[in-house]
Design a binder for this molecule. Structure first.
Ligand code: KIV
Ligand code: ZN
Length: 447
C-alpha cells in the first residue's frame, strides 16, 4: 500500500531567522537554501519580502537559484505585502504566496483591533488578491489554536472558497497539546466545506516542548504538510524540528506510515551548516543533531554498542550523515571502549596490561570530565615508564605525544570512533577479553 506523502515545508530562513541571534545575510541564506534543496525539502519559505530589503533580495535570489522546491514568500493579509512578495517571487520556478492573518480574539482585540467580521472579510480579500497573482496560495490563521473553533472553521471555509490551496494551522504560541491539536485538525476536516480540495498544514511552536509531538498528531489526523526548521530554531523556544519529524517517521514507520522526500544523510551537514552560519551551537543533547546524540559514555552502553549498535542506537549515525559514532571516554567508561581507543592510538593491550592502564584511567577520569587522546597517550607513557612492558605498534601510529600536545583538536572534540557493523565487534579490535567469567566481570564492573 502506498504511504501518504508528507510535504516538508522548511521555514528556517523565515521563522527560524526570527530566532534571537539567528539572522543571516543574503549570501548565507543562498548557501543554506542550496543545502535545503540537497536535503530534499519540498518548500522553502525564503523570507518575508516586505520586512526588509535584505529579505526581499534573499527571496528574489533564492527564487532564481533554487529551482526544484517551491519557494514561498510570506505576506500579511494586505495588498502591499502581497504585491511585494509576488515581486520577489517573480523568478521562481514554483512560487507560493503565504498570507497570514491572526484570528484569535486576543489578537483581534489587542493587536489588530478589528472585529471577527472584519477579520473574515480581510482574509477573504487577501487570498482573492494573492490568487489573482499566483496559483499556489497558502493561508495561515495566526494563533489558530487559541481561536474560537466555529470562527476558525468559518475563516478556513472562506479562504478555501477564495482560492487558497494550502491551509496552515499555526500553534503560534506553542500552547496546544497533541490530542487537542489532532482533534482540531479532525474538526476542520469534518466541518469545513471544501477542505478536501486543499492541503492541511501544521505549524507548531515549541514553548512547551511539544512542537514535534503536536505536528505528528496533526499528521495522524490528516495534515499532509509539516512546517519545521533545521535544529528546531525559531521564534522564542523555536519551531518543530525538521530532523526530528523526518526521523520519527522513518524510525517509527510502524506508527507513522508516511513518506517524505528528505534525504536523511544530509540532515547532519545541514544542521552543522546552520550552526556555523548563525554561530548558534546546537544544544549537545539535541535529538538527532546534537553532538551527544550518538555518544555513549556509560561502560555498559559502550560495551553493548561495540558488540552490536542495535543495543543502544535506534538509528545509525550514518543514516543522518554523522560521520561516525562517538564513544566518549569518561569516568563511566569501561575497558572495552578503552581498549578500542588504545588500539586506535597504536597501543593494543593484553588483558593484564589493559587492567593497569584502566586503573590509572579511572583515577584520571574521576578528576576530569572527558579523557582526551592526549591524556590517554600520557597515561600510557606513564605506565610504560613505571616499568610495565607495553609495546606500541609503531607503524601507522596516528598520534605521537608531541603531535597531540601541540596540535590535536581532541581537546575540544573527542575523536570519532568508527561504528562497527551491526552484529560485529568493531573492526580491528584485537583485544581478547578472556573467558566467560571475565566478560561477566566486564559487565558488572560497568566496565
Ligand atoms: O507562528 C505563526 O503563526 C507564524 C505564521 C506567520 C505562520 O509563523
Ligand atoms: Zn511561526
Amino acid at each position: 500500500m502506498d504511504r501518504p506523502r508528507i510535504t516538508i515545508f522548511d521555514t528556517t530562513l523565515r521563522d527560524g531567522e526570527q530566532s534571537p541571534g539567528c539572522s543571516m545575510n543574503v549570501q548565507e541564506k543562498l548557501r543554506l537554501a542550496q543545502q535545503l534543496d540537497r536535503l530534499g525539502v519540498d518548500v522553502i519559505e525564503a523570507g518575508f519580502p516586505i520586512a526588509s530589503d535584505g529579505d526581499f533580495e534573499a527571496v528574489q535570489r533564492i527564487s532564481a537559484l533554487v529551482r526544484q522546491p517551491i519557494i514561498a514568500g510570506l505576506a500579511r493579509a494586505c495588498k502591499g505585502d502581497i504585491d511585494r512578495a509576488w515581486q520577489a517571487l517573480q523568478g521562481a520556478a514554483r512560487p507560493r504566496i503565504h498570507v497570514f492573518l491572526a484570528t484569535s480574539d486576543i489578537h483581534l482585540k489587542y493587536k489588530l483591533r478589528i472585529s471577527r467580521e472584519q477579520c473574515l472579510e480581510q482574509a477573504r480579500e487577501a487570498v482573492r488578491h494573492a490568487k489573482s497573482l499566483c496559483a499556489d496560495v497558502e493561508f495561515s490563521p495566526e494563533d489558530a489554536t487559541r481561536t474560537d473553533v466555529p470562527f476558525l472553521c468559518q475563516v478556513v471555509e472562506a479562504v478555501i472558497a477564495a482560492g487558497a490551496t494550502t491551509v496552515n494551522i499555526p500553534d503560534t504560541v506553542g500552547y496546544t497539546m497533541p490530542e487537542e491539536y489532532g482533534q482540531l485538525i479532525r474538526t476542520l476536516r469534518e466541518k469545513v466545506a471544501g477542505i478536501e480540495q486543499v492541503t492541511i498544514s501544521t505549524h507548531c511552536h515549541n514553548d512547551l516542548g511539544l512542537a514535534v509531538a503536536n505536528s505528528l498528531a496533526g499528521v495522524q489526523e490528516g495534515a499532509r504538510q509539516v512546517e519545521c526548521t533545521i535544529n528546531g530554531i525559531g521564534e522564542r523556544a523555536g519551531n518543530a524540528s525538521l530532523e526530528e519529524i523526518a526521523m520519527a517517521m522513518r524510525v517509527r514507520r510502524d506508527r507513522y506510515p508516511y513518506e517524505t522526500g528528505i534525504a536523511s544523510e544530509h540532515i547532519y551537514p545541514s544542521s552543522q551548516m546552520l550552526a556555523e552560519i548563525t554561530r548558534v551551537p546546537v544544544q549537545p543533547n539535541k535529538a538527532i543533531t546534537g553532538r551527544n546524540a550518538f555518544a555513549h559514555e556509560a561502560g555498559i552502553h559502550q560495551d553493548g554498542v561495540l558488540k552490536n549498535p542495535l543495543t543502544y542506537e535506534i538509528m545509525t549515525p550514518q543514516s543522518v550523515g554523522v560521520p561516525d559514532s562517538r564513544l566518549v571516554l569518561g569516568k563511566h567508561s569501561g575497558r572495552h571502549a578503552l581498549a578500542l581507543r588504545c588500539e586506535q592510538l597504536g597501543h593494543p593491550f593484553e588483558r593484564r596490561e589493559l587492567d593497569e592502564v584502566y586503573r590509572k584511567f579511572v583515577v584520571l577520569a574521576d578528576r576530569i570530565k572527558k579523557v582526551q587522546d592526549s591524556h590517554l597517550l600520557e597515561l600510557i607513557e606513564e605506565v610504560k615508564a613505571a616499568g610495565k612492558k607495553i609495546p606500541p605498534t609503531g607503524a601507522g601510529l596516528p598520534f605521537t605525544r608531541a603531535a597531540s600536545a601541540v596540535g590535536s583538536t581532541s581537546e575540544s572534540h573527542p575523536l570519532p570512533f568508527p561504528a562497527p557493523a551491526p552484529g560485529s565487534v568493531a573492526p580491528g579490535v584485537s583485544v581478547t577479553f578472556g573467558d566467560h567469567h571475565s566478560e561477566q566481570e566486564d559487565y558488572l564492573w560497568g566496565v
